[in-house]
Design a protein around this ligand. Structure first.
Ligand SMILES: CC(C)(COP(=O)(O)OP(=O)(O)OC[C@H]1O[C@@H](n2cnc3c(N)ncnc32)[C@H](O)[C@@H]1OP(=O)(O)O)[C@@H](O)C(=O)NCCC(=O)NCCS
Length: 164
């Protein structure tokens, strides 16, 4: 009984894995529910096939379940830009994105990346908290960068160094 209970909790923890080409449909589905302008499966296929792309997924049930989150970066020499981070709505608020981003940053560092940038909507409080927790700080601000239905919003440019 105790063994079964322990198995249940082990299964509940997502695993953080390299994204595979076959994950494109799951990434498109997560993107569609997380952002106003959803990208298609073929756009994700193209992004994942790019040699400069580095992407990780959070897979439920210790890696045996569905993709519940992803992070996608584009790397050029020793710099990388994080394009997207998204979690399934039911997975938010439990630290999964923090763990996924931490794994992603470790892999970027291991691949020789020493500086990481990203842009975030100034009004996206959850994303800003995530990046602050991960050690990012503001290096710039682009006024009116995002055209949202409720008005234009600034993009904050965040950056952090990675230990070599
Ligand atoms: C941005 C996004 C990925 C952040 O997800 P999140 O669930 O807030 O982030 P985490 O998984 O790290 O969870 C953090 C929350 O879990 C809590 N938490 C619980 N256990 C935790 C743990 N072990 N470690 C860290 N946080 C933990 C934190 O206190 C925090 O709660 P708070 O929001 O009340 O401060 C998510 O909101 C999302 O997918 N949004 C839509 C897409 C988007 O806007 N992406 C960013 C722009 S590209």
């Amino acid at each position: 009984m105790i063994g079964k209970l322990a198995d249940f909790f082990r299964r509940a923890e997502p695993a953080f894995l390299d994204a595979r080409p076959g994950d494109a449909a799951a990434l498109a589905a997560l993107h569609r529910i997380s952002f106003r302008h959803g990208w298609s499966e073929s756009e994700f296929e193209r992004l994942l096939a790019d040699r400069a792309a580095i992407a990780h997924v959070a897979r439920a049930n210790g890696g045996r379940g569905a993709v519940v989150g992803f992070v996608l970066s584009h790397r050029v020499e020793n710099e990388a830009e994080i394009f997207l981070v998204a979690l399934a709505p039911g997975e938010r608020g439990h630290g999964t994105a923090t763990k996924l981003l931490s794994k992603h940053l470790s892999r970027l560092a291991a691949a020789g990346v020493s500086r990481v940038f990203l842009e975030v909507d100034e009004g996206n409080a959850q994303a800003r908290k995530l990046y602050a927790r991960a050690g990012f700080s503001q290096v710039g601000r682009r006024a009116g960068y995002y055209r949202n239905p409720e008005g234009n919003a600034a993009a904050l440019v965040l950056g952090r160094d990675l230990a070599g």
